[in-house]
Design a protein around this ligand. Structure first.
Ligand code: AHG
Ligand code: MN
Ligand code: MN
Length: 294
């Protein structure tokens, strides 16, 4: 079996890049341990105005401290912090992260995860310029799904904490699952038409409320994850830098696509670190259908 460090070396990732991926991956154990004593939802809100779970702030502080101590990271942009944190000025790479995605599911023990993107230079770049993206899922297994621009591979942690390869060359099939955020009665015309079309073509609804877990299913079974616009939230809910870019990069590396309904989100250079975007991510054919919907 191939381990994560062996895979990253085979892909030509340099030592710093491989070390950052392995280091964040290794935080799965302390993050899993922290769930039991951090079950509450705090009084605080994050920069997107959402109530923070104790685990949101715990994971954010923990990963940021580990990265600061490593000396390997220039900047960290996190969903849970207003501003970009400057760490080691001379380091080559910067990290963008959603330290805990799907946090409303913590108290019901459904699958949540950590989403990470790595850029050379600063954090505020287009998704297409990512040097690596990955996510760790805290499900029945702890898995790490990664791309360093050479396709996508999935690893699972063994009893010794080593990430062993489960699957290489992952390709999103042209499947028929869909999950859509938002409230159906608040969907705008284009999104409603699209969902109606794919349902008539046999698409089946599966949506958990954890982007990272819902995407992991789409990655392997095929279909589309969507968070559409509404009158109240014209740019949808998800954040371009921390959520949509890393997941979109992985989707494209797996032969799929990501779009705001009109064009790829991977070309957007962020103007504001917490900016939101409408997202459709998954099988190529599904993304072509939303882009073709008037
Ligand atoms: P986070 O937990 O990082 O704030 O992200 C939650 C996101 C995403 O994971 C999920 O798909 C979506 O919000 C769920 O929103 P709804 O409850 O509106 O469906
Ligand atoms: Mn999130
Ligand atoms: Mn989050």
């Amino acid at each position: 079996m191939t381990t994560l460090p062996e895979y990253l070396k085979e892909c030509g990732a340099d030592d710093e890049l491989a070390s950052i991926i392995s280091l964040i991956g290794a935080q799965a154990a302390p993050i899993r341990d922290a769930f039991i004593s951090n079950q509450n939802y705090a009084d605080s809100t994050n920069s997107s105005g959402e109530t923070q779970a104790e685990m949101d702030t715990w994971s954010d502080t923990h990963i940021t401290n580990v990265l600061a101590a490593s000396g390997l990271v220039r900047e960290v942009a996190s969903e849970e912090r207003d501003d970009i944190v400057k760490l080691s000025e001379s380091a080559k790479y910067s990290v963008v992260m959603d330290p805990l995605d799907g946090s409303s599911l913590i108290k019901v023990n459904l699958c949540v995860g950590t989403i990470v993107g790595i850029y050379e230079g600063s954090c505020m770049q287009a998704g297409k310029d990512l040097k690596a993206a990955f996510y760790v899922l805290y499900g029945p297994m702890t898995t790490l799904t990664v791309s360093v621009g050479r396709g996508v591979a999935i690893f699972a942690q063994d009893k010794d904490g080593v990430y062993q390869m489960l699957k290489n060359h992952v390709k999103i099939p042209e499947g028929n699952l869909y999950g859509s955020g938002g409230v159906r009665t608040e969907w705008l015309g284009k999104h409603a038409k699209f969902v109606n079309r794919i349902e008539n073509e046999g698409a089946k609804n599966r949506y958990s409320g954890s982007f990272v877990a819902d995407f992991h299913q789409i990655l392997q079974y095929g279909g589309v994850y969507a968070y559409p616009p509404s009158e109240k939230q014209p740019n949808g809910k998800l954040r371009l830098v921390f959520e949509v870019n890393p997941i979109g990069f992985l989707a494209v590396q797996a032969g799929g696509a990501v779009s705001n309904g009109t064009k790829t989100t991977l070309d957007i250079v962020p103007e504001e670190v917490h900016q939101r975007t409408i997202v459709y991510v998954g099988s190529h054919g599904m993304i072509a259908k939303i882009e073709a919907t008037e």
